[in-house]
Design a protein around this ligand. Structure first.
Ligand SMILES: Nc1ncnc2c1ncn2[C@@H]1O[C@H](COP(=O)(O)OP(=O)(O)OP(=O)(O)O)[C@@H](O)[C@H]1O
Ligand SMILES: [Mg+2]
Length: 312
């Protein structure tokens, strides 16, 4: 495993910010750390990188114990912090060059790396701009470029899309997928479950510094007691068709009223195809279909009794 965190504990006086948390990330994985505000995501990252001391537990990166002075490991890590950390006096290009220069001394190599990073975040037209002149989304992209220009193997992104417009957000998410395709290992923290579902191979949901559950998002959603809920607008439904529909496997409830059909299925296998086949057999005209599956938020709600997305 490229990252191994074992029984990590971090206390701030009476508050346990990280509570016996263990997780491991394989090489090439995009790993999500999902939790509401204040659940300890940033603290886990800071402890993991030895930017913050912790009370107990251990952290191994690239098979070696991480310590504050382990520069060999630090060189191989790119951190994109939640709070934007760029210099106002430096242009876009100079900022990226500065951060890259902390790791890459060779000038030619560095110029190439900086150019690649600028291309990667699509800031070519803004090279000479000062950060103050950039919109929020562009600034996030600059922050990202500063964190990854030195071509690290392990990239840690702490809520990189907060306060970013939808277009920049999808650009950032695409970029992260590209990095993974290049073989980078990525740890991604967020409180947006949609991002985790889209990006992450595996994830851990945390709350109050504790692991709630770990797995792929499919595995996690499967623990929900909820199944699929299918609703559709059907102008006309004969009694024989109705009878057949009510015998669908896995059906918990079915009703048809005022042109609206509502099917609730038990968890497990999807029965949508069978449902559609029956409608086809009876040549039933369907105007609108919606299928709702349990979300990560449903699971979080079931386990903790509160919403994952408490605020923005
Ligand atoms: N320096 C500090 N001193 C005392 N308490 C702190 C400190 N830093 C963080 N905390 C507390 O530790 C807990 C975890 O905070 P942390 O910033 O790691 O959460 P987070 O999941 O990153 O939240 P967010 O989504 O808002 O970024 C919170 O209760 C926070 O108030
Ligand atoms: Mg945070």
């Amino acid at each position: 495993m490229l990252v191994e965190i074992n029984q990590l504990v971090k206390r701030y006086k009476d508050l346990i910010a990280v509570d016996h948390l263990s997780l491991s990330v394989a090489e090439g994985e995009i790993y999500g750390l999902l939790g509401p505000n204040g659940s300890g995501k940033t603290t886990v990252i800071n402890c993991m990188l030895s930017l913050l001391s912790y009370d107990s537990g251990s952290v191994y990166l690239f098979g070696k114990e991480m310590t504050p002075t382990n520069y060999e490991i630090k060189k191989r890590i790119g951190l994109v912090m939640q709070n934007i950390g760029v210099y106002d006096e430096l242009s876009v290009e100079e900022n990226i060059d500065y951060f890259c220069g902390l790791y890459i001394r060779d000038k030619n190599l560095r110029r190439e790396a900086v150019n690649d990073a600028i291309k990667f975040v699509e800031l070519d037209d803004f090279r000479k701009f000062r950060p103050k002149k950039l919109s929020g989304g562009l600034l996030r992209r600059l922050n990202l470029a500063c964190g990854i220009a030195h071509r690290p193997d392990l990239i840690i992104l702490d809520e990189p899309t907060v306060a970013v417009d939808p277009q920049s957000r999808s650009r950032i998410l695409e970029g992260i997928k590209d990095l993974a395709h290049q073989g980078k290992t990525i740890i991604y923290t967020t409180h947006y479950m949609e991002e985790v579902e889209y990006l992450c191979d595996r994830l851990t949901i945390i709350d109050k510094g504790k692991e709630i559950i770990t797995g792929t998002s499919e595995e996690i959603k499967n623990i929900s007691s909820k199944g699929e809920v299918v609703t559709m607008d059907i102008f006309e439904l004969g009694s024989v068709a109705k009878e057949r529909l009510s015998q669908l496997p896995g059906l918990l409830s079915f009703n048809y009223e005022n042109g609206k059909a509502n099917f609730v299925f038990s968890k497990g296998q999807s029965h949508l195809i069978q449902l559609l086949r029956i409608l086809e057999d009876f040549q039933v005209e369907v105007l609108n279909i919606s299928v709702k599956r349990p979300s990560l938020n449903d699971v979080f709600l079931e386990v903790t009794g509160k919403e994952l997305r408490d605020n923005v």
